[in-house]
Design a protein around this ligand. Sequence first.
Ligand SMILES: Cc1cc2nc3c(=O)[nH]c(=O)nc-3n(C[C@H](O)[C@H](O)[C@H](O)COP(=O)(O)O)c2cc1C
Length: 367
Amino acid sequence: MESKEPMPLLTPHKLSPSLSLSHRIILAPLTRQRAYGNIPQKHHVTYYSQRASAGGLLVTEATGVSDTAQGYRDTPGIWTAEQVEAWRPVVDAVHAKGAAIFCQIWHVGRVSTFEFQPGGKAPVSSTTKGVGPQFTFDGRVEEFSPPRKLEVEEIPGIVDDFRKAARNAIDAGFDGVELHGANGYIIEQFLKDSSNDRDDEYGGSLEKRCRFALEVVDAVVKEIGGDRVGIRLSPFTDYMDCHDSDPHALALYMSTKLNDHGVVYLHMIEPRMAIVEGRRVVPKRLLPYKEAFKGTFIANGGYDREEGNKAVEEGYTDLVSFGRLFLANPDLPKRFEIGAEMNNYDRMTFYTSDPVVGYTDYPFLLE
Ligand SMILES: Cc1cc2nc3c(=O)[nH]c(=O)nc-3n(C[C@H](O)[C@H](O)[C@H](O)COP(=O)(O)O)c2cc1C
């Protein structure tokens, strides 16, 4: 029999002086490629409000900061007035349910092609090294165009795109932004030594590789305040050919440095899941970074109800974000509360365009 104590994931957590959460089950950012022409649609309102619960926190799908930030069909942006207006009803609907929502702001860097770039130009990056062909789960091969290495003088312009996007997010009503520093996109291209081969002030040493990320953090924090800025990092993954020869040193340096900027949360992705005695287990390698970072820590990657509760109970993390489980279970906090069965996710509809199928039609528990 389970004890009468509330489960750890369902206990409150104060994120900032003005934002108190009543549970610790966070919606992880999930690209769904249904923002036609880079504009959030009516179905975004439905999708996010379905996943909102009183005192919860949602993070949006990755959202482009400028016209050079794009690399995928129908991902939303937040650099034009039209995009800002289109986000507003999404935010309002989430707030109406008593939840908070952060916008994940994103620049793909070299994970793009000429077709996505203004004027058909080369995607920009830390490097001229391109991303190799990527094999998708449905058997396709994705190819990318060779990038152009940003000149030192151009880098402040990209930093400023993040700053403006953060301001736009606040104007749209978001509670804050999450800087996408994970999964092989521009911030990570600068952070990791497989993709940063620069020998100027933005590359070479660990400190110099982290400079771009920290300049973005600094600019965004100055613009909207540290209480409204989180950052996501994935030091241990090798997504989009981005890996580091010393991920521990990178993660520790960043977790420590972020304290100087008053960032409200650090959202970190676990190394890939391991199979131990036939069971998938979360590797739980992030504790040193949770301990180094003074704000709220969010762990992600392979968690379920049991592993999530254990991680919070042990003090391994403050909050846990759920990607695929939340995608398929809009009422995830309720299901965790009562120990209900889970809907299975359908990968084949992760990135399809339909406004309903595989998007807003995952069933709720019967009331
Ligand atoms: C369909 C899909 C889209 C994703 N899109 C994003 C994204 O936009 N930004 C991001 O940081 N991570 C993205 N991720 C990674 C997830 O946020 C998360 O790290 C990953 O699914 C592992 O967590 P989980 O085991 O709880 O699903 C995506 C994952 C999936 C499955």
